[in-house]
Write a protein of this length. Sequence first.
Lengths: 274, 416
Amino acid sequence: MASKPSASKLSGVLAGAKADGRAALIGYLPAGFPTVEGGIRAVDALIEGGCDVVEIGLPHSDPVLDGAVIQTADDIALRGGVRIKDVLRTVQEVAAAHPGTAVLVMTYWNPVDRYGVARFAADLAAAGGAGCILPDLPVEESEEWRKAADAHGLDTVFVVAPSSKDARLAEVTAAGSGFVYAAAVMGVTGTRSAVGSLAEDLVARTRATTDLPVCVGLGVSNAEQAAEVARFADGVIVGSAFVKRILEAGEDEAAALDGVRALAGELAAGVRRR
Amino acid sequence: MSEKDYLPGAQVPDARGYFGAYGGRFIPEALVAAVEQVAEEYEKAKADPAFAAELDGLLKDYTGRPSPLTDVHRFSAEAGGARILLKREDLNHTGSHKINNVLGQALLTRRMGKTRIIAETGAGQHGVATATACALFGFDCTIYMGEVDTERQALNVARMRMLGAEVIAVKSGSRTLKDAINEAFRDWVANVDSTHYLFGTVAGPHPFPMMVRDFHRIIGVEARQQVLDRTGRLPDAVVACVGGGSNAMGIFHEFIPDAGVRLIGCEAAGEGADTPKHAATLTKGDPGVLHGSRTYVLQDEDGQTVESHSISAGLDYPGVGPEHAWLKDTGRAEYRPVTDDAAMQALRLLSRTEGIIPAIESAHALAGALDLGRELGPEATILVSLSGRGDKDMHTAAQYFGLYDEPAGDRAEGGK
């Protein structure tokens, strides 16, 4: 399971960025936020601004790994009535409109479990999705998912944390594919003024266990931080900062989309500065 | 089943923390090292006679164990004459069973070299017990409590603050126990080096369901012997309320191999298990993953947790411990819904027939025992876990029964 064909969509996109001599930019937004259609346009803006990979969040009632910003977005999406089928349609529309972009879903485990593991993998693949990030599904509990993902050619991106010991890192990276998501700090999602030194150390320890690209997320919100992380990581993951731009724009969708596009542009310049 | 799986030496749960199909460890990678540390330290502590000796000493001299067994003759008359015996966990220091687990985990925290404890609380009983142990051991203490619960259990908020704990009112989601747990997990991820999450019920990731059960097993161990000594035989049934299910697991566990003893858990049915406003997770929920383990969950068809409702803050939870899920599926235990109204009537009945004011949580078990007694008849003996005392619930009860002189809801006059 460790060695995905390097032809996977996600691997190809990350390899392309590497060939350009830069880190990849990975942007996150929850589906259905602020509405299903508005959410699709917001993800379009992420890509237009320069994201190489997008993570579509599946809003959840109990987002225990998310800080206040993404909790608020999830809440708005759920109150708006977003369903799993809307998340899959978001993937489908984005993937169809942007064939050069890898589209991932980031979701807590219970919605997938409830939807049906094999059914979710099949429907995500049919929608053009490239894989999944499942932050509360540790490797030990992931066998059923990985079988389903493999059967449908989906990558499974696992998260590693500064608290992960070296032996543990080896187990996690051996199970994953696409890339390894290195959490820059111990904590929940949200923007932070500084990306700690923990990230660089974690990336180095992770690289010692795998040839997969290692991308860093949690806390990155501006071009300077993106450039800093791009020095040592293969990709920079940004979520809350995009959600914030949309929240701050309130009802003004044009301003929200401009904000998302502009931030993606700044970050895309950042990952090229390294 | 399965009963033989519970005989001494049997490995329940298995090494991965599964009780049949339930349990496990669904946690973020950032918490894996900390949860493994808890599991390893707990195994070491179990093998260390000094740990057992210190815990036994605290349970005896600080908590006041063993807790008594009380015959409630006048109350029993309302239950078809069946003999009802109450296991008096309400008489423990801090007023509920929660202290049993808290002292065990506090000792474990000290062994792990951590200096700060966080906990969730619903009714405030686990929060009060945790704040108490933190005062005793000198730990920093932060308690997460849903904003709705800080209002309906204001007395316990004051108790926790008096004991030196910081109480954080959680304003997200349904603003009850579920959301307090979410917020405690967020704190733990960010502060895991210094902090132990002193989980308060038999839910959560492995090893918490097993460990919390083990620390509460003493309830059933004592009660089983007390009933034998008092009546010369085992009870026909053991009844306990179930939210997360810690007092129920504690009193059930020792009786599991006694095939003739029925184990009956009483869930909060709120306004009725067939209305949208209830917390009857085992009766109405479906298997899923919540707060780190696979168990029954009140959820919609997309796997979103549905808000629970109960007059009792301690039972107002859309999940349940995984061992209860397994006991339900194997048929070894039965789970019955008890409405708010039935629980409140039982609360008043015990108060007026026996001079014992129970917690609203425990009153759900009393209501279940009243029904069961009428079903089983006067020859039956029913052991009930009286998991906590009702002082904290006087505001809710006063509003429910109209006990205030001033118009109900005038909290400032609440002491009249």
